[in-house]
Every structure is written in structure tokens, then in C-alpha cells.
Design a protein around this ligand. Sequence first.
Ligand code: HSE
Length: 401
Amino acid sequence: MKAAVLGYGTVGGGVVDVLFENKDAIASRVGEEIEVKYILDIRTFPGDAHEDLITNDFNRILEDKEVKIVCETMGGLKPAYEFTKSLLEAGKSVCTSNKELVAAHGPELLRIAKEHNCKYLFEASVGGGIPILRPLLDCLTAEKIDEITGILNGTTNYMLTKMDKEGSDYADVLKEAQEKGYAERNPEADVEGYDACRKIAILASLNYQKTVNYEDIYTEGISAIDSRDFAYAAELGMNIKLLGMCKEIGGKKYALVAPFMLSPENPLYAVNDVFNGILVHGNMVDQVMFYGRGAGKLPTASAVVSDVVEEAKTIGKASAVKWSDEKVDLSDKNELEFGYFVRINGNPENSNYNELFADAKVIGKDGITGEFALVTGRMTEGEFLKKYESLKDAVKFIRIK
Ligand code: HSE
């Protein structure tokens, strides 16, 4: 069976490596060998072991009837969207790690694939090397899933872990994550939470079988998190993680992405470095956790190749994945309940915090100069924000899961 790879960057290079390195194991699962016939890239790679496979002509792949499966590892919308559409229309299945494209055009591409008896597969678009989409769609099928909460971005988790455990500087750890090949081309997508937002939009859409528009999801990143937040978190025995979550409460659906303080009882507390963790709560099974490397060349490539194997084993059969373009109306996140960690300039004696958060616990009086902090009880975000607006000399707040 012949395959092609679009984009010979970090993930594309990994896909080629996995397909060559694990050729025999893959062949024994599929029943025949999967051969990479083309690698598409606009760059040249003189001296590369697969130089002979590299082409800059997309039409060669599109028009080659032998090529049945194409791995799209280019990332971004242009030209990946047009290329994917043309390939699916030509009856070629596409396996991708491109969460941007899946979040923006998933239902349309799934429909085109179905119409042409091929598949659009995107296991690698969420959680890097972690199997999460197939388990969600094929295994947790007896469940009503009412919550999915995850650490969905490897770069920010790597950064937060280094800041927590080594007191590292934000800019230095971002550079390290980029060097390790975890970060997006524009790291704003990682640190501002946009990447996690697209991933939770994909998970929520597959769960609800309709479209959760990523632009409707309230999103905060980690760029405002600093060493003082970690000092307070340490005092509380907690750490700070960027979470993406979707929740259904009383028929209302919610989604958000934001940094949270977590206590050690939460299984996501122990998810460190580039690892991602996804907690799925079903009404029968209770909690199920998925854990593994959320970014990086070979883990992400492994997930793409798992889709190649899936397709090779079921070629000619359309996908049964249900994801319509009917929009999910998300409810206001201000209706959700959390606890809150709040930093305030000055000292407790001169603050009006008592009038607003009477039952709050005060921390940080001794360790950190010029300010103190509160841990509030649980309340709706709407109620909290109203009080927070009236709080004098507030510096910032972080939600507590
Ligand atoms: N930049 C992404 C991350 C890559 O750090 O998680 C994997 O999607």
C-alpha cells in the first residue's frame, strides 16, 4: 500500500521515521507493507536519506492512483485545507496532526470523506501520542460523558513544570520547549491557550457530535503566570496547570481554557513536563485518565501512523464518526463554580477583602513583600467577578479546580 506525506517538518519527518523504523511491525498488523512513495515539501533536503521521495509537486500525489493514504503534517490552514479537500475528493484518505484544520473544518472534511468512501482521521490532533479520540469514539460508547478536562498543550505544561520545580524564567523555558520541537511555529498559540482551545473544541465536538466553535470558548493562557504565583501555590501545596475543559451540567454545555491551581488529589496534578493528561468523566464508568507525551516528533508521528494503520486495515469503508456542523450553544462560563486564589497589593489590615470574601483564607503574609493573597470558597464565576471588581488593589486571580 502506497502512502504520501505532506510536509517534511518535525511531525512529517517523524511519520517517515516511524513508517521506516517499524515497517515490519506495521506490515504484520496491516497484512501488507506500507510504502512511502512521496514526501511533499517546498524545501529541498540534499543528502537526506529519503531525498529521492521528495517532491514539490502536489499534483503528482493527487493524480497517482497508487497512493491511497496521505499524511497531512503541514499544519496551518493554507494550503492544508485545499490539499486535504482535493485528496478526499479523489478518494484518498487523509491522516493528520493538524488541529487547526480539524477544529476549523472538521465536519466538512468528514462529510467529503464519507461522500468519497474514504476517511479523514485525526488522532494526532489532540494529546500528541496519547490515544484519546479512538478510545472516546470506540470504547467509551456506553457512557454519557459529562466532563472532559485535560492538560492539552505540551509546551505550556513543560514551561509550567520548569517554572514550578526549577524556578526557571518564562522566556528561557519557552526557548527550550521550542528547541525540543514542542512549540507551534507561532508560540503565541501555545502560551495564550489557542492550541489547547482548539483541542478541547475537537474533543467537545466529537463528544456532542455537533460543532463546538473554538472561537466561542473562553480562553486564557499562561503568559500572566509568574514566580510569585508558584510561591503561593507551593505554600498551598498546589501547582498550576493550563486546563481545557468541557462540561455538561443540567443539559447546559460549557467550555473554557485557563490556568488552574490543582491540589495533589487531582490526577492531573502529577502530569508534568511535555506530558498531557486527559480526564474523561462518564456517568457509568466514573473517571478515566489518558496520559502520555502531548507533543514532540515521534509521539505525534506515532499517532498519525496509527491512523494510517487504521485506514489500511479498513480501506474502502467510510468512517462512522459523527460530527455535524450544527453549532453547540455554549452557556456562559460565569455560571460555573470554582474556588479562587486572589493576589492583593498591600496588607490584610488595610484591605476591604473581609467585606467581600468573609470566609476566605489569607496566605503569604510573611513570605512575599508588599502583597498578600486569599483562597476563597467555591462560588459561581459571575458572583466572584462581581466581588473582585469591588476589591481594592487586586493584582490577579487564578481559578482553583
Ligand atoms: N504545540 C503543541 C503542544 C504541539 O505543545 O502541545 C502538539 O499539538
